[in-house]
Design a protein around this ligand. Structure first.
Ligand code: PRE
Length: 313
């Protein structure tokens, strides 16, 4: 359901209330001053922002176990441009929620978000090998459907139990210790938040045509400027088999000279580049700079070139 026009200053997110997305959103200080509106899907949330019906959407981007959240990357790379302004990391641990009185041995059907399924697959295979899985639009939506009696149990955050009148039959479930989901706050294009010295940037890039070394040419734009890439995904363009675009995260801010030079390099060799934002890193880690890649060294090189051109070298 689309938010009402008066909600234009709101933040929208994957609902209903009780999702991990909502829990992560509450860790952002600015969320306290906004109306927070749950919507039924990530595309619905991003479209509400595109239409100006919400100030920003808060969406899951990747999980340390499952990898990218299907759909979110393509939503950011396609359609009307959007920009990432913030990131949040949330440790993820599931509980198995059921209606009060349900015996563990009676569970025949379970539900949860598809990204949850990949995080509990081994646990499910061992503990409930005969249970039938059906996907829900979100983990909280799964809990809601259990409260309505449509499934016996749902995987969700333990915090969702009380909201839906359920009880946690098992807690602390996750196939991988320290599973973490990365969320981002996305708005209409605007000036990125100020550089903090511990920043991350995201860009989507399209290749001119398939040829030997095409991916290497992209990577070189980052490597020769000392820009550390932290993630790169290839995604189908939808224009036929073998046609891909790339979406990458890298250390640094668009105001860092090495980052600006790398982005200009991409612009020279790619038919299309979409800058998706520079924003403070949630883990506050600072990049390690290689020799010759600091702002001061880039500036000195520019000054030297200008002197050479003026005959003052
Ligand atoms: O269903 C939820 O609770 C969500 O917030 C969505 C979501 C996701 O899309 O990755 C968030 C965190 C977990 O990794 C599983 C599901």
């Amino acid at each position: 359901m689309a938010p009402a026009p008066h909600a234009a200053q709101s933040y929208v997110y994957l609902g209903p209330s009780g999702t991990f997305t909502e829990a992560a959103l509450h860790t952002l200080p600015e969320a306290a001053t906004r109306e927070l509106l749950p919507l039924t899907s990530v595309p619905a949330a991003l479209d509400a922002v595109r239409r100006g019906e919400a100030a920003a959407a808060f969406v899951a981007l990747e999980n340390s176990v499952e990898g990218p959240v299907p759909g979110t990357l393509d939503e950011l790379a396609g359609g009307e441009p959007l920009t990432i302004f913030r990131e949040v990391l949330l440790p993820i641990e599931f509980a198995l929620l059921a209606r009060p009185g349900t015996e563990f041995g009676d569970i025949k059907t379970v539900t949860g978000h598809p990204v949850a399924q990949s995080q509990v697959r081994r646990w499910l295979g061992t503990e409930l090998p005969d249970a039938e899985w059906e996907s829900a639009a979100s983990n909280a939506d799964g809990a809601r459907m259990v409260s309505e009696g449509r499934y016996d149990a749902a995987f969700a955050g333990e915090f969702a139990a009380a909201q839906y009148g359920l009880v946690p039959l098992r807690t602390g479930i996750n196939d991988a210790a320290s599973a973490t989901t990365r969320f981002v706050l996305v708005g209409r294009p605007g000036r990125p938040p100020a550089r903090t010295g511990s920043d991350r940037s995201t860009v989507a890039m399209w290749l001119a045509e398939d040829h030997p070394g095409a991916l290497l040419e992209l990577l070189q734009q980052f490597a020769v400027r000392g820009v550390n890439m932290s993630r790169i995904e290839s995604r189908p363009t939808g224009e036929g088999l073998g046609r891909y675009y790339f979406i990458a995260d890298f250390d640094g801010h668009i105001d860092d000279l090495r980052v600006g030079e790398a982005l200009m390099g991409l612009h020279r060799i790619c038919p299309k580049v979409r800058f998706l934002g520079s924003y403070p890193r949630a883990d506050r880690a600072e990049p390690r700079l290689g020799q010759g890649t600091s702002d001061a060294e880039f500036r000195a090189a520019h000054d030297w070139l200008a002197n050479c051109r003026d005959g003052r070298a």
